[in-house]
Design a protein around this ligand. Structure first.
Ligand SMILES: NC(=O)c1ccc[n+]([C@@H]2O[C@H](COP(=O)([O-])OP(=O)(O)OC[C@H]3O[C@@H](n4cnc5c(N)ncnc54)[C@H](O)[C@@H]3O)[C@@H](O)[C@H]2O)c1
Length: 310
């Protein structure tokens, strides 16, 4: 299949490339390297890279005209500076508009979009049901939600996945790489008084293999483990993994731009796609830490203002 991946140099995109290229799929990546790495889109057969922003309509159109994708995986997103509303709007809203328009013009069969669970805002119910109302309240959440809705306004069928925190190779966002990097460097940490839903990359990739079937369901689906684990649990697991004694760590109240507990009910996705989580929480974290042991942690990113200090 010819698959165009926006944001292919990022964490999810590059894992999809590594997973799909050996299956014989042809892949075309558009990335501006805002948070992705050029080296993750190597010059190998079956893989083409266009450097630039999806906010650039002419660039997007030229890529679609050249590659004629059958499927689009829309993974590009801007989030690293919570105050850069203009960049979030350009990438997450106008980027989605450009994808929707060019996809329709070039007969793309379906678009798969990755949505942040921040689209739900502060959940009214846990685990968050598939049809929970949307109430984003951050620049990232608001612009990603607008982008998702623009995709659904277009002519091409869309599958939008409201994702848990997907862990795996090159993960550079969230508490796991942050604690690993800081504890290894002997730096102080704090834990926010929050809990999150974690899903291993292998479970995500297994789902994606089902999702790219051209007759697979479309619409919106939560994709998650359905369990919430506290940030303190993560801290303790990272500290133990690094051989550090149990330690007190300051617990900070939930920040104004954060959500206390996020766990998503993925029963609709399980039923519709015949998929389920195979890797439990502790193994998910252990696999991530083993990856950092082998490869290290580079720059970490956060969509939270407080994350900048972490
Ligand atoms: N990883 C997760 O756990 C998770 C959870 C929820 C939602 N998501 C969504 O999944 C997608 C991928 O996330 P990720 O974790 O791989 O993040 P990432 O930062 O590793 O990847 C995003 C990629 O998009 C690129 N990008 C940003 N703005 C761009 C633009 N204007 N034009 C072209 N490329 C651009 C970045 O350079 C990067 O390579 C995002 O849409 C994100 O909102 C991810």
């Amino acid at each position: 299949m010819r698959i165009l991946i926006t944001g292919g140099a990022g964490c999810l995109g590059s894992n999809l490339i590594e997973h799909w290229l050996p299956h014989g799929h042809e892949i075309f990546v558009i990335d501006n390297f805002a948070t992705g790495k050029r080296a993750l889109v190597p010059d190998v057969a079956g893989l083409t890279l266009a450097e630039g922003s999806i906010a650039d309509a002419a660039l997007v159109e030229a890529c679609f005209a050249r590659f004629q994708p059958e499927l689009v995986v829309h993974s590009a997103a801007s989030y690293k500076d919570p105050q850069h509303w203009a960049e979030d709007t350009a990438s997450n809203v106008m980027g989605a508009v450009n994808i929707a328009k060019s996809a329709a013009l070039h007969g793309v069969k379906r678009i798969i979009h990755f949505q942040t669970n921040l689209c739900f805002g502060r959940p009214q119910k846990l685990p968050v049901p598939n049809d929970h109302p949307l109430a984003p309240f951050t620049s990232y959440g608001i612009t990603k939600t607008a982008g998702e809705q623009m995709l659904f306004l277009g002519a091409v069928p869309v599958l939008s996945l409201r994702l848990a925190n997907v862990t795996g190779p090159r993960l550079a966002i969230g508490p796991i790489p942050t604690f690993y990097k800081r504890l290894k460097a002997g730096q102080k940490c704090f834990c926010s008084d929050t809990a999150r839903d974690f899903m291993d990359m292998a479970d995500f990739l297994a789902f994606m293999d089902k999702a790219i079937a051209l007759d697979a369901p479309t619409g919106v689906f939560n994709l998650a483990s359905g369990e919430a684990h506290t940030i303190k649990e993560i801290f303790d697991l990272v500290a133990a993994h690094l051989g550090l004694p149990p330690q007190d760590v300051p617990i900070q109240p939930v920040a104004a731009d954060d959500v206390a507990v996020m766990m998503l009910d993925a029963s609709a996705a399980k039923a519709a796609f015949g998929w389920d989580i195979k890797i439990g929480f502790k193994e998910t974290i252990a696999r991530q830490l083993a990856w950092y042991d082998a490869h290290g942690v580079n720059e970490t990113y956060s969509h939270l203002s407080t994350g900048k200090a972490a």
